[in-house]
Design a protein around this ligand. Structure first.
Ligand SMILES: NC(=O)c1ccc[n+]([C@@H]2O[C@H](COP(=O)([O-])OP(=O)(O)OC[C@H]3O[C@@H](n4cnc5c(N)ncnc54)[C@H](OP(=O)(O)O)[C@@H]3O)[C@@H](O)[C@H]2O)c1
Length: 259
């Protein structure tokens, strides 16, 4: 198939974890992969592996999404290669663990830029083309953390609440347009995320989900145009149960869980 006829998926945070697993699933369906991450070397390794294993077209765009001009640079590269994005996966994300008075200010602000600002900005610039073509799918990666406040990870949880709220609202605005927005809300999933954020995973028990399972559920939900996807039975129990627990009790429980 010539590259003009391929479907294009742009995935942020594709060098590892959930993003890399999602990239494999799109590769299996012969999408052209456009992969974005900050670390160029890691992205090159991921892109090469996907190309070797699935013989797909891979374009890498190394960009630090916390930098102000990142989205313009991505758009410029897409335009130069005349690439229309059929599927957008806003997956890149980071978190910081610790009491807010003690955590690093720059890391917290970077978390907001990557998890919230870049996701919103990229959606803003990719969406008009999808609307024009009356076709497109967006997968925004939030977390079960989107459903309640998270003492000791207050900024991270708040960014994920934003992602869920924004994405559900946008999905409704786009009803009938041919474009859907799916929010993927994973529970604790073993990736590099925990080490980078300084999180101890020992208390996660039944909630722990496998990264390839999370990606598969996200992929299937996206293709079906589902509004929200929570992978794993126990994670679904949690997000449904929290509606019935008094908020103050819930916040206290999350803090105890994190300690
Ligand atoms: N793992 C979990 O328990 C869990 C649970 C719920 C939700 N999530 C969410 O799932 C998403 C993926 O996380 P993961 O668990 O797969 O973690 P991961 O393995 O650490 O992957 C994070 C990805 O984001 C990229 N990234 C980080 N900062 C970036 C920046 N400034 N600019 C561009 N790319 C950047 C990383 O690329 P580099 O190579 O450049 O660092 C990497 O590809 C995140 O949004 C996370 O919040 C994770």
């Amino acid at each position: 198939m010539s590259s003009e006829n391929l479907k294009n998926v742009l995935i942020t945070g594709a060098s590892s974890g959930i993003g890399f697993e999602l990239a494999k699933l799109f590769a299996k369906e012969n999408y052209r992969l456009i992969l974005v991450s900050a670390n160029k070397e890691r992205l090159e390794v991921a892109g090469q592996k996907l190309n070797d294993d699935y013989e797909v077209h891979v374009k890498i765009i190394p960009q630090d999404l916390a930098k102000p001009n990142a989205i313009e640079n991505i758009l410029k590269e897409l335009n130069e290669d005349h690439i229309k994005v059929d599927v957008l996966v806003n997956n890149a994300g980071i978190g910081t663990f610790g009491s807010f008075v003690e955590t690093n200010k720059d890391l917290e602000l970077t978390t907001i830029r990557v998890n919230v600002e870049a996701l919103t900005h990229l959606t803003k610039v990719i969406l008009p083309g999808m609307i024009e073509r009356k076709s497109g799918k967006i997968l925004n990666v939030a977390s079960i953390a989107a459903f309640f406040p998270g003492p000791l990870m207050s900024v991270y949880y708040a960014t994920k609440a934003y992602v869920l709220s924004f994405s559900e609202a946008l999905n409704e605005e786009l009803r009938g347009s041919g474009v859907t927005v799916t929010t993927l809300c994973p529970g604790p999933t073993i990736t590099e995320f925990q080490k980078k954020a300084g999180i101890d995973m020992s208390g996660t028990g039944l909630l722990l989900t496998d990264v390839s399972f999370v990606a598969k559920k996200g992929y299937e939900g996206l293709i079906k145009g589902e509004r929200v996807v929570v992978p794993g039975f126990w994670n679904q129990v949690v997000v449904n149960l929290v509606r019935f627990i008094p908020r103050s009790l819930l916040i206290h429980a999350v803090k105890s869980w994190h300690k």
